[in-house]
Structures are given as C-alpha cells and as structure tokens.
Design a binder for this molecule. Structure first.
Ligand SMILES: O=C(O)CCC(=O)C(=O)O
Length: 296
C-alpha cells in the first residue's frame, strides 16, 4: 500500500489536514457533478426542522435548482460509484497510513454550497462538543477523520473555500458558544482548490466553509472514517448495497463476519488487518491512475 511522504506526515501532524491534488480525474469530477444533480431530485436525508446535526427523510423532488443548497446524507444507495469511493485506491492507502487498520466508514455526505450573501460561513469541529475537548497527540492516529472531495474549482477569498485553523486539533481553541469563531477569525486559512482535489482532515481540527460570494455553487463529497469502536453515524448496511460490496468495503461498513453480539466492535475481528491491507483494485472497478501529489 502507498504511504504518506515524510513531508505529508509532518504536515498532517502539525496542521491536522492534507490537501491532495488531482485525486479525481476531470471525467470523474464531471460525472459526480451530474450525480449530485440527479441525487438532488431523489428523496433522501436532509436537514429539516430536527435538532442541529439531525437529518430527516425528505421528498426533495421539487428542488430543481442544481446550484441551490443541498446537504444529502447516506449516499451509498445512490449507485455503485458511491460505494467505490469507500476505499478509493491510493487515497484509502493514505487514510489507513494515518488511522491504522482498525477503522470503519462512519458517514457519507454530499454538500452543495450556493453562492449567496446570506450565509456567513460556519466554523466547528466534527464530533460536536465532546470531540472538541479531546485532542490526541501529534504522534497518535486520529479518532476520526474526513476525506472531502472537491467537485468545483475554488479560487479567491470567500468563494466557498474549505477553511481551516491549522494546528487547532492539538491545542486549546478559544471558542465561545455566544461568539463562535468564523472563517475570518484570527488563524483562519481559506484553502483554494481545483475540482478533483481531496482534503483529508481530523475531526478535531477547527474548520468549515467560508462564505460563498463567487457567483457559482461549490460542490463536495465527504466520506468520514472512525476508529471501529466509535462506529458509524449512518445507517447499518442495507440489503440494497450489500451485494455490490467487496469484503473490505463490507468490513468498513461494519460487517464483522458474524452476527452482532454485546462486545462486538470492542475488539476487531482477527482478519481485520488482512482485509484492510488487501489490494482491492481489481474488484472495485477502479481503472484510473494512482495519486498522489500533495502540497500545502
Ligand atoms: O463545506 C465545507 O467546506 C466543510 C464541510 C464541513 O465543515 C464538514 O464536513 O464538517
């Protein structure tokens, strides 16, 4: 399997994120952009009137504006190509190099951030207030992290950039509920990017979208991973998707190879490392080039 270069390892440890360039090919970027336009018209989990961070099953068939806001969860049933991204060759190797092999997929999400002057951006850690207070050391694998695939070019200030506070995953961050940090608070870095790039970042890193005044929507796909004992925030594997998954993908979705028993996930199954480290290239249908060219 591929592993981080020493430069990438240093950046991950110090900054809490990596910017990988050209992970998706231009054809794949176009394809996934069209997929997001298609998925938007299908019912699915979207934010509604539920508590912050909770999603409701919505009939979205009337939301035809392809550049309007979308925050869709549970992508795996929308097609094989969403399954294939679970352990994208090349990228997944780096993820395992960062997290170790005892992991599972914890969430999938597609976000469209429209150009608008009504959204000021949003800055947070993932995993909520709990994980915000837990900062593993720079020599430890993270408890949880995200791969965020950029499907749009992002250039300039306040164009919907992924915005980070480098190193904030390691230190006490001065946040107040009544005056939360913003994409313009001291230390914020708006990351420009090209469609096809992927950002890897720790859940403990303060981050979020900048406002988007660019005149065009910014689209992304997000795949989250967690140490297996943390488990998934999404649904269990559904009958529709199980048949199309490789053994490694099944394991990443929480199939331990036996029926659940109290204590399952406490220890990983004995074949965990064998499954995670195996090269699935042939079986996932992947035919593209291997990545990775990373720069800060
Ligand atoms: O939309 C973005 O730029 C960031 C998304 C985000 O903050 C998240 O996935 O936690």
């Amino acid at each position: 399997m591929e592993s981080l270069t020493s430069e990438q390892r240093d950046q991950w440890s110090t900054d809490g994120y990596l910017h990988l360039r050209g992970v998706l090919s231009p054809d794949e970027v176009e394809f996934f952009n069209q997929e997001l336009d298609r998925v938007r018209l299908l019912p699915g989990y979207e934010p509604g009137k539920a508590q912050l961070g909770h999603y409701e099953w919505m009939d979205t068939s009337k939301s035809t504006d392809a550049d309007g806001f979308m925050d869709r969860r549970d992508l795996l049933n929308y097609g094989q190509h969403f399954l294939d991204l679970i352990d994208r060759p090349g990228l997944f190797d780096l993820l395992v190099d960062i997290m170790g092999p005892h992991i599972m997929l914890s969430m999938t999400q597609a976000i469209v951030r429209p150009s608008t002057d009504t959204f000021p951006g949003y800055t947070h850690t993932d995993g909520g207030e709990g994980l915000r207070e837990i900062r593993v050391s720079e020599t430890s694998p993270p408890l949880a992290m995200k791969a965020m695939y950029l499907l749009s070019d992002v250039a300039g200030e306040d164009a919907g950039a992924f915005t980070v506070f480098p190193g904030s995953h390691l230190r006490t961050f001065p946040w107040r509920r009544d005056e939360p940090p913003t994409p313009h608070s001291p230390g914020a870095v708006q990351l420009p990017g090209t469609a096809g790039d992927c950002y890897l970042f720790s859940h403990s890193l303060w981050h979020g979208p900048s406002p988007n005044y660019s005149g065009k929507a910014r689209k992304t796909l997000l795949y989250n991973y967690a140490q297996m004992f943390i488990r998934s925030y999404d649904h269990e594997i559904t009958p529709e998707v199980t048949g199309q998954l490789t053994p490694r993908q099944r394991r990443l979705l929480g199939d331990l190879g036996y029926g659940f028993r109290p204590g399952s996930y406490f220890y990983v199954p004995p074949d965990q490392e064998e499954l995670i480290y195996q090269d699935n290239r042939g079986s996932s249908g992947w035919t593209g080039p291997s990545i990775v060219d990373q720069s800060g």
